[in-house]
Design a binder for this molecule. Structure first.
Ligand code: V47
Length: 374
């Protein structure tokens, strides 16, 4: 028996054997893993799956988040969100002008940023031209940058507000310089959870439909799951398997990012939020169930650089990027930093015994940092 196998308890052994035989796990396997407290065993199985499927590279990129506005028509709907503000009623509400967006983009481009991650609230008043104009103005100012913008929730909002099918919205955004979509807004698909977290918001089915439409147009997306609130293991498994089924169909998801719920300043502030143990378990289960998504991303802003680093031994192979500016999580009281310099990311990855691979948004490798730090 190998050292790894000796760490696996009897009840998880069939799952480990499936991984060794490259067999797909099912819903019951997912629930068994989530119900187990044997984190080392779960991590060992996930790490084995990671090694077999994607090797030793850990991806990161030089990115900057720019949240164009926090004015949101859903600010009273999404109980988990502290970012969205009511139009005209909240002193913390803001909307950047196109000039402000361009200035930010130019300043970040001087720091070597290759990707702008731009999402915002559902602004009830801005015209469609606001979005296409900021895309084209930024693209003109920083032509080399990839504009990873808008969640499925924003795209769905644009279809209703501007009375266009999703295909047309996406094609017009693409003409203006849009590159790919972000994965936010998925929350948790299961109606039992969705109805408590955000009753009245776009459904999980619609999120998946928007992603399907995007993939069919050749627009890549990432996908997410908000965890650590009221969910049970079967809700987590349901969410992941729905994403897996879509990925079987289209192959358009480049990464899965579990988002750790931060309760401060939200309507769910009475909840404690996830622990480090659960963060690691979720990453591991994502690696194991999502056998068709190559990048399982640990978003250090939400789980801290330390847990993100440890998660590299639990199935993760992507540590997001430099980020630089983050509002959604910090409005919810996050105390994590907003910036990790490239050297910080390299150190986290190297100390975990892995190889840092700097990537672009679409996972083309720009540089493998395989030399020791200087
Ligand atoms: O859509 C909102 C979530 C998302 C809270 O695509 C919260 O590569 C935790 O989607 N606690 C935005 N989460 C972040 C996001 C993201 C981040 C990094 C990478 C990518 C990617 C996407 O954050 C929102 C919502 O689902 N969120 N409020 C909160 N209190």
């Amino acid at each position: 028996m190998s050292l790894a196998a000796s760490l696996i308890p009897r009840d998880l052994m069939p799952i480990y054997e499936k991984v060794l035989q490259d067999q797909r796990l099912d819903a019951q396997d997912g629930i068994k893993l989530l119900e187990s407290h044997d984190l080392f065993a779960i991590g060992t199985i996930a790490n084995e799956a990671r090694k077999r499927r994607v090797g030793d590279y850990v991806y990161f990129n030089n990115n900057a988040h720019i949240n164009y506005s926090n004015i949101c028509a859903l600010s009273k709907v999404c109980k988990f969100c502290a970012f969205g503000k009511q139009n005209g009623l909240d002193p913390e509400g803001y909307t950047y002008t196109i000039e402000q967006m361009v200035e930010k983009a130019k300043a970040y481009a001087r720091l070597g940023v290759t990707e702008f991650h731009m999402v915002g609230g559902l602004h009830p008043d801005m015209p469609f031209a606001y979005y296409t104009d900021f895309l084209s103005a930024i693209k003109q100012a920083v032509p080399q940058a990839h504009l990873k913008c808008f969640t499925a929730v924003e795209i769905d909002f644009f279809t209703r507000k501007f009375k266009m099918p999703a295909e047309e919205v996406l094609l017009r955004l693409r003409e203006a310089g849009h590159g790919s979509m972000t994965g936010g807004g998925a929350e948790m698909f299961h109606p039992e959870v969705h109805n408590v977290l955000c009753r009245g918001k776009m459904s999980g089915e619609r999120y998946l439909e928007i992603h399907r439409i995007a993939h069919n147009l050749g627009v890549r997306t990432t996908c997410t799951m908000l965890y650590g609130h009221i969910e049970k293991p079967y809700h987590v498994v349901d969410h992941m398997l729905k994403i897996r089924a879509l990925q079987d169909e289209t192959g358009g998801e480049s990464a899965f990012i579990p988002l750790a719920f931060h309760p401060t300043n939200t309507d769910l502030a009475h909840l404690p939020g996830p622990t480090g143990h659960y963060d690691l378990k979720i990453i591991a289960v994502a690696r194991l169930l999502l056998d068709n998504i190559k990048a399982i991303k640990s978003y250090w802003v939400m789980i801290s650089p330390r847990i993100a680093q440890v998660s590299l031994a639990f199935g993760a192979n992507d540590i997001d990027g430099t980020v630089r500016e983050e509002k959604i999580y910090h409005f919810a009281g996050a105390t994590t930093p907003m910036l990790q310099e490239q050297n910080d990311l390299l150190r986290l990855i190297r100390e975990a015994g892995r190889i840092p691979a700097e990537r672009d948004t679409l996972y083309n490798i720009l540089r493998v940092h395989d030399q020791a730090a200087v």
